[in-house]
Design a protein around this ligand. Structure first.
Ligand code: NAD
Ligand code: MN
Length: 356
């Protein structure tokens, strides 16, 4: 029997509530006839670690998790610590340290979810957004000078490399090719950003020649927001830069009904390092510690984790169980207009997994 080593990093806020729930659900799928098992190791990194040690994770943190098969991550963000410290000190450190250059965000309207687009049925919204996750606007290049003086200056320089753009384009075309519609939209802003984004467009065109069976088009990022709302069925797979896809994917999550449902994977397609799966929501300060968090985003992230490990059957079983519980309004948490608690939703998913 194969044993997968999984690093669990709950982080902060509701991360501490949804990650243990995800671990329980994964455990319910393992053992016996499944043919695989999990060995979980939890790491108490994040805001509490910062208060105790002055850093979000230990200096050798990446070494501690390098040998894992995958990482299940909650959220980084603490009400008492500036966001750029929590984000860069933990989540981005892992994403960049492990060169997880493809951030993959599936979006669908699950059964029973009341999504805001009244003119569109669930079948009209089935997207995967691919976010360049290693450079671009979040490369961390820039600085500040003359701090505190009237002539103070601050820069964030977007870095696009030919190698970086080629690899994300290739990943996105390959993903589009693997989906039934074989349709890719390359999101750009080459009208206003006339250097990096023009190269981005040129590389998209060059890589497209390797995928003659994939239909593709280009859309400016601002126009893309309108298209997502007005013509959702015209989109399938999208690829965008770090910043553009960050924003588009929050819109996508809202259009699908709630931030509490949406999953993501930070993937190293070459599998040199462990990939990291996480709900896209943050620490949710307003509801943390109350047992009210929707764990579905974490469960769906577990589906992606299982797919990444090659456990397609277990992944499909879990997705099926998720769709059964979202279809039942009694199992909706507050973000979906219901009253269910994190523990109730978790128990319901596990009960469905056990009943098969
Ligand atoms: P957020 O996602 O934490 O919350 C936005 C709103 O959505 C809140 O009203 C929250 O209650 C609700 N919500 C989010 N997830 C939910 C869930 N699972 N169930 C029910 N309701 C849910 O975003 P924010 O308020 O902008 O950020 C709070 C903190 O989290 C900040 O410190 C931010 O930096 C951090 N953050 C971290 C990540 C990450 O680690 N990947 C992502 C986003 C935000
Ligand atoms: Mn975001």
């Amino acid at each position: 029997m194969k044993t997968y080593k999984i690093a669990c990093i709950p982080g902060d806020g509701i991360g501490k509530e949804v990650i243990p729930a995800g671990q329980e659900v994964l455990q319910a799928l393992a053992g016996g006839g499944a043919g695989f098992d999990f060995q979980f190791t939890s790491f108490g990194w994040g805001g509490d670690w910062y208060r105790a040690h002055g850093t979000m994770m230990p200096d050798d943190g990446l070494e501690q998790i390098r040998g894992m098969d995958a990482i299940l991550f909650g959220s980084a963000g603490d009400p008492h610590i500036p966001d750029h410290i929590t984000l860069w000190g933990l989540r981005l450190k892992i994403c960049q340290g492990f060169d997880q250059y493809a951030n993959v965000r599936p979006t669908r309207i699950l059964p029973g979810i009341d999504a805001p687009l009244k003119r569109c049925g669930p079948a009209d919204l089935d997207w995967v957004i691919v976010r360049e996750n290693s450079e671009g606007e979040y490369a961390g290049v820039g600085g500040r000078a003359h701090q505190g003086h009237p002539i103070e200056v601050a820069t964030d320089v977007s870095i696009l490399t030919r190698a970086g753009v080629e690899r994300i384009m290739r990943f996105a075309f390959r993903l589009a090719q693997s989906r039934p519609r074989k349709l890719l939209t390359v999101v750009t802003k080459s009208n206003a950003q006339r250097h990096g984004m023009v190269m981005w467009d040129e590389i998209a065109l060059a890589v497209s020649k390797e995928f003659p069976d994939v239909r593709w088009d280009k859309e400016l990022v601002d126009a893309c927001t309108a298209r997502m709302v007005n013509r959702p069925a015209s989109l399938d797979t999208l690829v965008a830069t770090n910043l553009h896809a960050d924003i588009l994917s929050d819109l996508a999550a809202a259009l699908a009904g709630s931030l509490g449902i949406a999953p993501t994977g930070n993937v190293d397609p070459e599998r040199r390092y462990p990939s990291m799966f996480e709900p896209i929501h943050g620490s949710a300060f307003d509801i943390m510690g109350k047992g009210l968090a929707n764990p579905v985003g974490t469960f769906w992230s577990c589906v992606m984790l299982l797919e990444h490990l090659g456990e397609k059957e277990a992944a499909a079983r879990l997705m099926q169980a998720i769709e059964e519980i979202t279809a039942d309004p009694k199992l909706h948490t507050g973000d979906l207009g219901g009253k269910a608690k994190t523990t109730e939703v978790t128990a319901a998913v596990i009960a469905r997994l056990k009943n098969r």
